[in-house]
Ligand binder design. Structure first.
Ligand code: SF4
Length: 527
């Protein structure tokens, strides 16, 4: 059987994937039986290259993707299992990965995951021990073979896994401080081991072409890019419009079209099928390596979409690309629009002028100066701090008065949760433990809505705020130029100051990477 990795390696291929959304209940539930019937039809179709199975999609509890995936895999179809960080800590994720590998599932779509929205007897506790970058790094390390000492396997090196690791990206964002960090995080995911990329659902060909152009311009064009095509209906368009699926946008203009079409004799069915086919044509025309079909629940619909797409003339996609441009007023684009095509012009970046930001505060300036004088190796305070902590009664806490000072100041100024492995300098002095619902330490998740966190009560995303702070200092392009941060939970409740001075935290392992090197320093991947 040809593997997904082999298919992706052939640039002449245009791949078609179908999403299979898991269901709540066991395999005997009616909904599970329907999902299995759909899967059986997908298995028998040579037009479908792989089946992607969701993991508690939308933050709801569902049947584990493995249950639906086994019969598909055993029938000889490639399966991509979605693995997210919301329900399992790093040990659970590693354990899941060993099971997947043992059972022959070698394709994983690694994501941070949606914030839980449901659970039995109340809302589930979100985990987010790792984020998507941490999970990709974990899987990549398993591919290279976990060596002695990597979390308790003694002196015995472990066998290598063969995961084809996928990642997700989204640039369908409104603000510059959302779009640019998404691109930088995409680069980080690829540097950490992602081998193919699927973009988020979106309905703007200019943004789609911009993603392609940005990757090409930043040395990432060799990574296969798969376009997300969602079969809309008026009802789903309304759900997307209301922001009920984090990161997915349906503008008022598109919603109006969907509503209008739904009033036609067939309820808009033929329009929505053709709309999906046109999106496929656009992705194909823009050089994507395939499409990922979502919102489809019958193989008949897939057949119809693919047949419509085959009926288009080779250049039709250019007109479709002009029509499928549903952006929002004031939306940020990295590249200017090419008037000849309506798509991104990679030769012309849009101006990104300095603008006053409420996020560039006095506290930010003071924090930066304090950090530079206290923690940069070689400074007098850093040397004194290291000596004082090393000779303290409890070196994990440091001298009691210093610990009290740390505790008081950081709790008051940053809402510090005392995690002991401090990421304040990574995120322009914003605390991911207290101010990010998903504890994202390697860039933003994809869930922001017009700059705000997808979870109520968190306000502007810390990564947007960090971007604006760093941009003020002309450092925004290097905001993720460091080794992936994997927080050490063993340091919780200990002194982050002592841990930094004595080289126990993630910052001690960090190597700031030269911004001009697209591949960056591969050494940090070995950490
Ligand atoms: S030590 Fe942890 S909890 Fe405290 S400010 Fe730093 S990142 Fe936040």
């Amino acid at each position: 059987m040809e593997t997904l990795q082999e298919k992706l390696a052939d640039p002449a291929r245009f791949l078609v994937a179908s999403e299979l959304v898991s269901v709540r209940g066991s395999m005997t539930e009616e909904s599970a039986i329907r999902a299995r019937d759909f899967a059986n039809q997908l298995i028998s179709s040579p037009a479908i290259d792989w089946i992607s199975i969701t993991d508690n999609a939308g933050g709801n509890p569902q049947l584990a993707p493995l249950a639906l995936g086994r019969p598909i895999l055993y029938a000889g179809k490639e399966v991509v299992i979605h693995l997210t960080c919301k329900d399992l800590n790093r040990n659970g994720l590693e354990s899941e990965a060993w099971m997947l590998s043992s059972e022959g599932f070698h394709n994983i779509l690694a994501m941070t995951g949606d914030y839980p929205v449901a659970g039995l007897d109340g809302l589930a506790k979100p985990v987010f021990d790792l984020d998507s970058v941490g999970l990709i790094s974990l899987l990549d390390k398993m591919n290279r073979g976990l060596g002695p000492g990597s979390g308790g396997n003694g002196n015995r090196p472990l066998g290598k896994t063969e995961f084809c690791i996928g990642a997700v990206t989204t640039n369908f964002k409104l603000r510059e401080g959302e779009v640019v960090p998404q691109y930088l995080k995409l680069r980080k995911k690829i540097e950490c081991g992602a081998r193919f990329i699927v973009n988020q659902i979106g309905f703007d060909a200019r943004k789609i072409s911009e993603l392609r152009a940005w990757m090409d311009a930043h040395g990432l064009g060799g990574t296969p890019l798969i376009g997300n095509v969602y079969l809309l209906s008026s009802r789903v368009a309304q759900i997307f419009h209301e922001g009920r699926i984090p990161g997915v946008v349906v503008t008022p203009a598109l919603l109006e079209i969907c509503r209008e079409q739904s009033r036609s004799a067939d309820g808009g069915r033929s329009f929505f099928l053709e709309f999906a086919a046109r999106q496929i044509a656009v992705y194909r025309g823009l050089g994507f390596r395939g499409v990922y079909l979502g919102g489809v629940h019958s193989f008949r619909a897939i057949e119809q979409i693919l047949a419509i797409e085959r009926s288009f003339a080779p250049g039709d996609w250019r007109q479709f690309a002009r029509e499928i441009q549903f952006s929002r007023p004031g939306e940020f684009f990295f590249y200017a629009s090419d008037p000849a095509t309506g798509l991104a012009d990679p030769a012309r970046e849009t101006p990104r002028p300095q603008a006053p930001s409420k996020h560039v505060t006095a506290l930010y300036r003071i924090s930066k100066a304090a950090h530079d004088s206290m923690f940069v190796p070689g400074t007098a305070v850093a040397g004194w701090g290291a000596r004082a902590c090393a000779h303290a009664k409890d070196p994990m806490q440091g001298p009691a008065p210093l610990r009290a000072l740390e505790h008081l100041t950081k709790a008051a100024l940053f809402r510090c949760k005392d995690c002991g492995d401090c990421s304040l300098p990574d995120i322009a002095y914003l605390c991911p433990e207290s101010q990010c619902a998903k504890n994202q330490r390697n860039g933003p998740c994809g869930g922001t809505r017009e700059g705000r966190c997808e979870v109520d009560g968190y306000g502007d995303c810390i990564w947007l705020r960090a971007y604006e702070r760093l941009k003020h200092d002309h450092r925004e392009q290097s905001m993720l130029d460091y080794a992936p941060v994997v927080q050490n939970q063993g340091l919780r409740g200990t002194s982050a100051w002592a841990n930094q001075w004595l080289g126990r935290d993630h910052a001690a392992k960090r190597q700031t990477l030269p911004a001009e090197s697209p591949a960056r320093n591969p050494e940090w991947q070995k950490q």
